[in-house]
Write a protein that binds this ligand. Sequence first.
Ligand code: UFG
Length: 334
Amino acid sequence: MTVLVTGGAGYIGSHMVLKLLEHNEEVVVIDNLSTGNEWAVSPQATFYKADIADPEALDTIFSNHKIDAIIHFAGLIIVSESVEVPLDYYSENTCKSRFLIQHALDAKVENFIFSSSAAVYGAPGLEPVSEAAPFVPESPYGTSKLMTELMLRDVAAVNPGFRYAALRYFNVAGADPQMRAGQSSRLSTHLIKIAAEAATGKRDGLQIFGDDFQTPDGTCVRDYIHVTDLAGAHYCALTYLRNGGASIAANCGYGSGYSVRQVVDAVKAVSGVDFKVTQAPRRAGDAAMIVADSTLARDALGWSPEFEDLETVIRHALQWERNLGNRTGGNPAG
Ligand code: UFG
């Protein structure tokens, strides 16, 4: 049996490929390299440079390989950008997912794992958010992910052979502990990546967006999950679906929150670099607190994270950032 990973040349997808290979799975990757890097795809995987909406590429893949599961990461991920160009997000994240799901049904693929987001909840309030929380996405990005989840739900309802797991990611950070993969995009807007760039001298410093939120220190609280643990959650979901588990949507976070200030202090402590930090106004659309209730992923999927510790997440992010040097998109592994 073979797993098809869409977006397998990207940040999270490349870690997924490594996880699958560790479990001796056959892996096929499809990625159009719009943001991913070919060097990030392990040579042990079969790579197709193509768009997920390219019918010929999908036909070739489904006829050349016996795909029993699809793990679908390909898509756009910058929340602020989605506000500027919403139709791009609906096209890339929603319409192309619809196309892929249709091909999955035609090819009789039974297991589908979808890269969803905590953004489907919008601003959930000050308590850990469970999967039962209402959907109130506050950006086209969140809506584009939610629409795909709803398509999967409706398709699964009338196709008994097709089951899915929608995994809702909280704040993904860190890098492969063996430094085979990591966050390589210079366009990333994510806090730990930006702090790692500041600590390695690639930026002058870091701005803290807002200190007047209703949180203990006034800065936003988030649930930072190590990318390798996130890949592990997908592997658990794959096993769960293959064993006949019902379609499911599950949060992927640790259930513990850290404020922006705590993260910045931790990056300074781990790196030993006292980079410049300035206070800036709130960033549009930021919620005070987004922390996962991760009971379902642990209980139903049997997920048990290995790197549930902010310092470890930061250490790996920093090590990757140093290895990356000043190359833009270059392969730090050489
Ligand atoms: N932040 C700063 N300075 C920076 C970067 C970020 O203060 O330079 C702050 C943000 O304002 C926010 C926190 O750090 O309070 C985390 O911001 P990120 O950009 O790292 O992550 P978000 O919480 O905004 O986004 C994450 C995921 C998205 C998802 C979103 C909603 O990355 O994919 O949560 O759940 F859509």
